[in-house]
Design a protein around this ligand. Structure first.
Ligand SMILES: [Zn+2]
Length: 248
């Protein structure tokens, strides 16, 4: 897949980087990424990936914009209240970069449809706001063999990890959270600037992964503490008894 003159100009500051170059920019153009959730994490991930020239971006969200979203979701404006987040995110991507083929899916993703919705992508980025959805997305990704980048932010804490095969996100979380939205931002609160920090970190990790920059990121969890302004990294062990990726 070659780059047009306009794309070469557009991505010049990527292409000049030795770690990216023309080869890396073409990998981004060839990449197909599904983003689950156009919320706080999605509001950082979607513009970053669209700007970076990811070829295909699918945005899955069944929700509409509410005023209480605006402190952390700069994809949207006051006048967008009541309108579909997936559709508005599509319009944002089109205005930013017409080279990106964006597809909105206004469906709630769950155990019954996740495999069907997520098949055919090089990477799934999950920025949903509850454990039940995250686990359904993770199980589907394990089942269809698609790498998953999971990103979450609540209160002052953020976490980002890439999972490919074993260990999976369920190895980390366990089975206790399948039912219910037990970590919902509405109840616990979240600092607006935190979701942008965590979402942009996730976008950077996604770009590194697609282009092949740095060490293999799989199986590591990056944890951010907003109060201390610091990141730390832990390695997630595979759980042999995991209901998704284990041998049981
Ligand atoms: Zn697992």
């Amino acid at each position: 897949m070659s780059l047009s003159d306009q794309e070469l100009e557009r991505y010049a500051r990527h292409i000049v980087l030795p770690q990216v170059g023309g080869v890396g920019q073409r990998k981004l153009k060839e990449a197909r990424i599904a983003v689950v959730g156009a919320g706080g994490i999605g509001s950082a991930v979607i513009p970053a990936l669209a700007g970076a020239g990811v070829g295909q971006l699918t945005i899955i969200d069944d929700d509409v914009v509410e005023l209480g979203n605006l402190h952390r979701q700069p994809l949207f404006r006051e006048r967008d209240a009541g309108y579909s987040k997936a559709d508005l995110a599509l319009q944002f991507v089109h205005r930013l970069n017409h080279f990106v083929k964006a597809t909105p899916i206004q469906q709630r993703i769950g155990t019954e449809n996740a495999q069907q919705l997520l098949t055919g992508y090089d990477l799934v980025i999950d920025g949903s706001d509850n454990f039940a959805t995250r686990l359904a997305v993770s199980d589907a990704c394990v089942g269809i063999g698609v790498p998953l980048l999971s990103a979450a932010a609540v209160q002052f804490q953020g976490q980002v990890g890439l999972f490919r095969g074993k260990p999976c996100y369920r190895c980390f979380v366990g089975d206790a959270f399948d039912a219910g939205d037990c970590d919902n931002c509405a109840e616990l609160g979240v600092l607006g600037a935190l979701t942008g920090t965590v979402g942009n970190f996730a976008a950077l990790l996604a770009i590194n992964f697609i282009v092949g920059i740095g060490d293999d990121p799989a199986g590591k969890l990056h944890l951010f503490t907003g109060e201390k302004l610091s990141w730390r990294e832990i390695r997630i062990p595979a759980d042999p008894a995991c209901g998704a990726c284990g041998s049981a």
